[in-house]
Write a protein that binds this ligand. Structure first.
Ligand SMILES: Nc1nc2c(ncn2[C@@H]2O[C@H](COP(=O)(O)OP(=O)(O)OP(=O)(O)O)[C@@H](O)[C@H]2O)c(=O)[nH]1
Ligand SMILES: [Mg+2]
Length: 305
């Protein structure tokens, strides 16, 4: 099979979202008349696609104004307005992660269990390696028995060493080991895997705060990237999760994973407008090649064109 081009791959990954959105939009616009029924259906559709109430009502207000000014003559044009507004929101969070070469750089992942942290780390490590970076992985998920093993499998696959201790070791101690390694002159990208699964949310947050404290204390001159990993298939739950992590730990960037498995890819619009954090990458599959640098124009085009 021919290797899909960069954009085709994103488009394929977002197929479920595109199918539902464009099919419903096309149905909606087939009658070519703008009336109350159309507004109601449009509202239902956008809320159903998890785009969030703010985007939905702002869009409808905008459309109503344009219709009353007679700027909008038929329903097809609404799609264009929607595209513009989506771009407007997504452009603001379109800030790729810039990683310097020849200097240490720390990425700490955070997110609830199963959101895709470890897989994202594997994919990211692979892509950084092929871009010529040195990469080291840190197994700070010491809670789940198989977690270290899972990270090691990725490490072997992409050729990145893994810093680890025993299951149930203090995650902060594992990170401390990694910081010691940096102090000996390591100048690659250090990616820290963390647990998502603890008995209580409070424990998890305290553990993550402690890991972050160790990074900040040992390497005060480095500004770590705190990458919040969110699962798109959980739709609007991803938004409330994200808020909790942002408030409690602080995050500097987002990765939205599993876009290939959902028709709710529109949730990114909601995440972007409610969290205002840079979206660094999107996950469109489980394979090594399935992490993409987020590009707002490609994203909008892939789900609306
Ligand atoms: N389809 C699809 N599956 C994904 C993607 N990212 C991760 N997964 C799958 O989601 C599942 C959970 O991924 P993990 O990387 O183990 O998630 P985690 O956040 O590390 O989970 P914990 O370690 O339990 O907290 C795995 O089966 C992954 O293969 C994606 O972009 N697309
Ligand atoms: Mg994991």
């Amino acid at each position: 099979m021919a290797k899909l081009g960069f954009f085709e791959k994103i488009k394929a990954g977002l197929a479920k979202t595109r199918d539902v959105l464009t099919m419903d939009l096309n149905d909606l616009f087939s009658k070519k008349v703008i009336d109350k029924d159309l507004y109601d259906k449009l509202e239902e559709l956008l809320i159903g696609a998890d785009m969030g109430p703010q985007f939905t009502y702002d869009l409808i207000d905008d459309v109503k104004k344009r219709v009353s000014r007679q700027d909008l003559q038929n329903a097809d044009e609404i799609k264009k307005v929607m595209q513009e507004r989506m771009n407007g929101i997504l452009q603001k969070v379109d800030k790729p992660l810039i990683i310097p070469k020849g200097k240490p750089f720390i990425i700490m992942t955070i997110g609830v269990n199963g959101s895709g942290k470890t897989t994202t780390i594997g994919k990211l490590a692979g892509s950084l390696k092929s871009d010529g970076y040195e990469v080291m992985l840190v197994a700070a998920d010491t809670f789940r028995a198989a977690a270290v093993e899972q990270l090691e499998i990725w490490g072997k696959r992409v050729g990145a060493p893994v810093i680890k201790q025993k299951t149930n070791a203090d995650p902060a101690a594992v990170v401390f080991d990694a910081m010691a390694k940096i102090k000996t002159g390591y100048s690659g990208v250090v990616i820290v895997d963390t647990a998502g699964r603890l008995h209580t949310r409070v424990n998890l947050m305290e553990e993550l705060k402690k890991v972050k404290r160790v990074i900040n204390k040992e390497m005060p001159e480095l500004l770590p990237e705190i990458l919040l990993i969110l699962d798109a298939t959980t739709g609007q739950n991803a938004v409330s999760q994200a808020k909790t992590f942002k408030e409690e730990i602080g995050a500097t960037g987002i990765v939205l994973t599993k876009l290939d498995g959902t028709s709710k890819g529109g949730v990114l619009v909601r995440i972007a407008s409610e969290l205002a954090l840079p979206v660094r990458y999107i996950g469109v599959g489980e394979g090594l090649d399935d992490l993409r640098v987020f590009d707002s124009a490609d994203f909008t085009k892939a789900i609306l064109d």
